[in-house]
Write a protein that binds this ligand. Structure first.
Ligand code: FE2
Ligand code: FE2
Length: 287
């Protein structure tokens, strides 16, 4: 008999069983692989889907990227964020539609981590802060798959976490023989996301394992810990892990620096909460 890990891997390999991504995303994926594509061509494709472009713009203008309200067109977004970020935003917006309604706590946790990662990346003057925010936004995507594809297991996990006071990842390893970081990695591979996004998703609970994009992974890890510590949103458990020494060292953090980053992030969380409420209120089903 197959074990749970194999079963989950099969679910992800069989893309038909995943939440349907609009056809335009498939088109985008093939375009993004072709490096000669102009951002105008890319914008044209996104613009063919009005709902999708509205969603991409909504995400771009949220607090996660620090352009609040300043990006009005998809072409603008592409120039500011690049093809890969916009592509993964388009993918995320489809997944988040499910998250917004079913797992509001996790959706808010993910947005909080994206904002914290953006603040940190900018404070530390790291390259590609937008990619880091996007990786942060997607870091717990594996949990969404568990929730929507393995509802029964998800409920068992919740009970196990409550009984034993575990972190979600520990409960997953005990019950599923895999965890949301690995599931997220499989998903990122299936969707052909670039390594700078898939590695932080795969390694945010084990920064040491990250080799190529350890800085981005470290930022996502620290941002995750900060948001859990501030009790914003709900990631699935209430345990606040320690910041891994390898991440602390990689980013050259100090207590004072972290304090001031936390202060800036706290100020932005009100904005994130409002954004979340707005999204939930605004996307009511029509019928
Ligand atoms: Fe996680
Ligand atoms: Fe998380």
């Amino acid at each position: 008999m197959d074990n749970k890990r194999t079963e989950i891997r099969r679910i992800i390999r069989d893309t038909k069983s995943l939440p349907t991504l609009p056809g335009v995303i498939a088109k985008l994926s093939s375009l993004a692989d072709n490096h000669t594509i102009s951002s105008q061509e890319m914008a044209r494709v996104v613009n063919t889907d009005q709902v999708l472009s509205a969603k991409v713009l909504k995400l771009v203008n949220s607090a996660f990227y620090g352009f609040s309200g300043r990006v009005s067109t998809v072409s603008n977004a592409l120039i500011l964020l690049g093809v890969n970020v916009v592509k993964s935003l388009a993918i995320s917006s489809s997944i988040f539609e499910i998250m917004e309604k079913n797992v509001v706590g996790l959706w808010e946790h993910s947005m909080g981590v994206a904002v914290a990662a953006n603040v940190m990346a900018k404070r530390l003057k790291l390259p590609e802060p937008e990619e880091t925010s996007t990786a942060a936004l997607l870091h717990d995507i594996g949990k969404v798959i568990i929730k929507i594809k393995l509802e029964e297991d998800f409920n068992k996990l919740t009970a196990h976490i409550n009984d034993k006071g575990l972190m979600m990842i520990e409960a997953e390893r005990e019950l599923l023989e895999t965890d949301h970081a690995e599931i997220g990695e499989w998903l990122a591979q299936t969707w052909l996301l670039p390594e700078k996004l898939s590695e932080p998703i795969a390694c945010h609970h084990n920064v040491e394992r990250s080799v190529v994009h350890q800085t981005k992974t470290a930022v996502v890890h620290v941002a995750d810990v900060l948001i859990k510590a501030s009790a914003f949103g709900f990631s699935g458990d209430d345990v606040v892990p320690r910041i891994q020494p390898v991440a602390w060292k990689k980013l050259g953090l100090t207590e004072a620096l972290l304090e001031s980053i936390i202060e800036e992030v706290e100020g932005k969380l009100v904005e994130v909460k409002n954004f979340s409420l707005e999204v939930q209120a605004g996307d009511e089903p029509k019928a």
